[in-house]
Design a protein around this ligand. Structure first.
Ligand SMILES: [Zn+2]
Length: 468
């Protein structure tokens, strides 16, 4: 499943960086009115791959214990950045524009270089801690609603690109506050190459990507590129990077073909879910019979075409890769969204099993079990959803489904509590507190549920959120 966390109303299509700028510049009241942060994309397949790209890098950078997550931002332009020392943000556009695992891994290694080098200190000093948290909350889609891809379908990815109008004062702040200094860039390059070399990887992908930005900058419009704005790329920096990268014994090392295929599959999936249909079929013409093209075709058919044809195409994919959890996940998602939750259960069980219990897939299975409206499934749904939200604590979808499952069981105390938790994660503090207050009246005073509900009632809203 590729979930788009869709904002409730017309969100200005800002880059994440622009949001940070707006937050630094605007009074909190104005921030509250912006309400919904830029949507974040959640997808088990993509996140798993990005974890595999980053884990070795973080390990050699000495950051493995910090549980740093990669968060995918719903923006089609190229961007990647770190903002809080806990997360690396990457636009889906950066994934689409990285043709090899090595290219995006190089960018992630460079960003890790900023993290390891403590380059965020300047940002931290200048942004109040509270505001930083607000940025993160917005980036993570607090205030956003989880929805299936179909419902967000009219909001095609590429049409979202770069529509933000950036006012002059914000522009000044962006340049001065969020841009890395040249010395930091060079240090991050050096650190990135070191991490790549230490993990037996080439820095050619990093060099190729950054070189492309200097080449692009020969043309007008490079000022609009968020990545180039925050990571200045003068030609001499890129030349120094090239020299360094070429000195590595791994310069010519190619990505493992199996990993390249998974990367291609991820890009095909993102394209099919996020890009306009004509763009998808231009990238992956019907004459292209490769596995990634067939993946893109199956998803595009499920989103825009005949459901039965989509299922047949997905079955064809399963025949080719019977151990690929994401094909079963797609089959389950297509059936669930096609109003066939009972039929969705078996493929989703298989997807959960093959993915080693990926929480996002468990949430989809829980959703299918709940959607059957069959009480025989309720206890199982609750068990699966509880396991999922214990490991994936920031996804409101899991708590929302859990609330429905408890509702089916007639356990209204737990249902209220789970609804309150979902509302809290969506950034709807008032609803969260109302529901938590009601939950408290239904739990025995001092019981674990009562304590959790009390925590929500007492929780401070994120800065800028309405607290009335
Ligand atoms: Zn940089």
């Amino acid at each position: 499943m590729l979930l788009r966390l869709v904002s409730g109303k017309g969100l200005p299509k800002m880059t994440a960086l622009t949001v940070a700028v707006a937050l630094a510049a605007a009074p909190l009241q104005a921030l509250a009115e912006q309400e919904k942060g830029p949507p974040v994309l959640r997808d088990a397949e993509t996140e798993q791959l990005l974890r595999e790209y980053t884990r070795p890098i973080l390990r050699v950078a000495g950051l493995e214990k910090q549980n740093i997550q990669v968060v995918i931002i719903n923006e089609s332009v190229f961007n990647a950045f770190v903002a809080d020392g806990r997360r690396i943000f990457v636009n889906y556009g950066a994934l689409m524009q990285s043709l090899t695992p090595n290219q995006i891994t190089g960018v992630l290694a460079h960003e890790t270089g900023h993290l390891a080098g403590g380059h965020l200190a300047k940002l931290r000093e200048q942004l109040a801690q509270a505001q930083t948290q607000m940025i993160i909350a917005m980036l993570l889609g607090v205030g956003a609603l989880a929805a299936g891809a179909r419902s967000g379908n009219s909001n095609g990815g590429l049409t979202n690109a770069g529509a933000a109008a950036i006012s002059a004062p914000q522009e000044v702040i962006r340049r001065n506050l969020l841009s890395y200094q040249r010395q930091q860039e060079e240090n991050a390059d050096r650190a990135g190459v070191k991490f790549l070399t230490a993990t037996g990887q080439s820095a050619k992908g990093m060099y190729d990507t950054f070189k492309r930005f200097t080449d692009d900058s020969l043309f007008a419009g490079h000022d609009a590129d968020p990545y180039v704005q925050s990571h200045p790329m003068p030609a001499e920096r890129v030349a120094a990077l090239e020299e360094l990268a070429r000195s590595s014994p791994y310069w010519d090392k190619k990505d493992d073909p199996a990993l390249q295929l998974r990367h291609d599959m991820m890009r095909a999936k993102i394209s099919a879910f996020m890009e306009r249909q004509d763009t998808v079929y231009r990238r992956y013409p019907l004459s292209d019979n490769s596995l990634p093209a067939r993946y893109a075709h199956a998803i595009a058919t499920y989103l825009h075409g005949d459901p039965r044809s989509a299922l047949a195409q997905i079955d064809g994919l399963i025949q080719l890769q019977p151990a690929n959890p994401y094909f079963y996940e797609l089959r389950g998602q297509a059936l669930l969204e096609g109003g066939k939750p009972v039929e969705a259960i078996a493929p989703l069980r298989k997807a959960v099993q093959l993915s080693n219990n990926a929480p996002l897939i468990e949430m989809l299975l829980g959703q299918a079990l709940v959607a059957t409206d069959n009480k025989a499934y309720t206890d199982e749904a609750i068990a699966i959803l509880r396991a999922a939200v214990a490991r994936e604590t920031e996804a409101p979808l899991g708590f929302a489904q859990l609330a429905m499952a408890y509702g089916q069981k007639g356990d209204y105390a737990e249902a209220d509590l789970a609804s309150a938790q979902a509302a809290y994660l969506r950034g709807d503090n008032k609803t969260a507190r109302d529901l938590a207050s009601r939950a408290k009246t239904r739990f025995a005073v001092g019981s674990p549920g009562w304590v959790k509900a009390d925590d929500i009632v007492a929780a401070k809203p994120l800065p800028g959120q309405k607290n009335d």
